[in-house]
Design a protein around this ligand. Structure first.
Ligand SMILES: Nc1nc2c(ncn2[C@@H]2O[C@H](COP(=O)(O)OP(=O)(O)OP(=O)(O)O)[C@@H](O)[C@H]2O)c(=O)[nH]1
Ligand SMILES: [Mg+2]
Ligand SMILES: [Zn+2]
Length: 311
């Protein structure tokens, strides 16, 4: 990886030439760091323009003293990413759990948070909301704001990356997690606290010296010692496009609507003003949040125009 300090320290370099397999642990544009299972790391380029890789991908590398190239990618369980009409931003591959991180000192974009949940559901990942900076004044009242997400079934964990991350520990063991959130919520600090041995690998300090800001600029994967779990740190985001999700995938990602599937009078009900709509009936009865149904409509409008622009 280029020495711009954006990738974590690659650690001891894998020494033996030949074909080896490993795990992508850092990704920045088309440069990657591959962790050769327990035997050092290799900085690689990716040959061929068709593939794009993410942290968490398992790959084969053709390694020599002169160059190292990724020549094959193993099939993925899933790919967690965001997208708009123009491009895709890969966050991690083979993910089992998405950790959405919020904190009381930065205005939370709840629309964004809901998009993370939809993206996690569509990739069949568990979504956990991490309410960080529990040490700050007002944190308890702030955390209460997320009770509706707990009622939907999403774990809401209150932690302090600087004082106590123990409530989060049992949730990350043996999981393949990706931490996402707006900038400054404490994703990198949380990972440092959870995995102290890997602290040196977080490329924050050199970066802070360069720009004066502690911000993550590319994704990086950190293994959990003692099990096969890992956590991916990702750069802070302000948008999360779901252009890759079909309307039906989006509808299915709303957990509270699953029980109502097929209950509307019309099979093609858009849950808007149609008579006999079970979703609107549940909103009137207070069983479903009107805000979530508004979000559903906004996302469906977006998805319909992305997947069928003529409509
Ligand atoms: N008081 C307090 N401060 C915290 C806590 N966690 C993180 N911080 C501070 O919040 C700031 C941002 O933390 P980072 O870990 O860099 O945040 P990030 O989410 O990784 O940000 P990006 O990389 O820009 O996306 C830093 O100054 C941290 O020291 C916490 O639990 N309590
Ligand atoms: Mg960070
Ligand atoms: Zn309906």
């Amino acid at each position: 990886m280029s020495a711009r300090g954006e990738a974590p320290d690659a650690g001891p370099r894998h020494a033996v030439a030949g074909r080896v397999s490993g795990l992508v642990v850092a990704a920045h544009r088309r440069h990657y760091v591959v962790d050769v299972d327990g035997d050092g790391t290799i900085e690689c380029v990716l040959k061929g323009r068709r593939m794009t890789l993410a942290c968490g991908d398992r790959v084969d590398v053709e390694h020599s003293a002169a160059t190292s190239a990724i020549v094959d990618v193993l099939p993925r369980r899933n790919l967690f990413y965001r997208s708009d009409a123009f491009r895709e931003k890969l966050l991690a591959a083979n993910v089992s759990q998405v950790l959405g991180v919020v904190a009381p000192d930065i205005p939370v974009d709840e629309h964004l948070l809901n998009r993370w949940i939809i993206a996690a559901e569509t990739e069949r990942c568990r979504f956990v909301l991490v309410v960080n900076k529990a040490d700050l004044a007002g944190s308890e009242a702030f955390a209460a704001r997320f009770d509706p997400y707990a009622r939907l079934g999403y774990p809401v964990l209150r932690v302090s990356a600087t004082q106590d991350v123990s409530p989060l520990r049992p949730w990350i063991a043996s999981q393949h997690s990706v931490a996402i959130g707006q900038s400054g919520m404490g994703k990198s600090t949380l990972i440092n606290a959870l995995l102290p041995d890997t602290q040196a690998r977080i490329g924050e300090i050199s970066q802070a010296l360069r720009s004066g800001r502690h911000t993550t600029s590319s994704t990086a994967l950190y293994r959990i010692a003692g099990n096969d779990g890992w956590i991916v740190d990702s750069p802070g985001m302000t948008v999360f496009g779901l252009a890759h999700c079909t309307p039906s995938a989006i509808e299915h990602a709303f957990v509270e609507l699953r029980d109502l599937a097929g209950r509307c009078r019309f099979r093609d009900c858009r849950h808007d003003t149609e008579p006999g709509c079970a979703v609107q009936a549940a909103v009137r009865a207070g069983r479903i949040a009107a805000q979530r149904v508004e979000l559903l409509h906004a996302l469906l409008r977006e998805a319909r125009s992305a997947h069928d622009p003529g409509r």
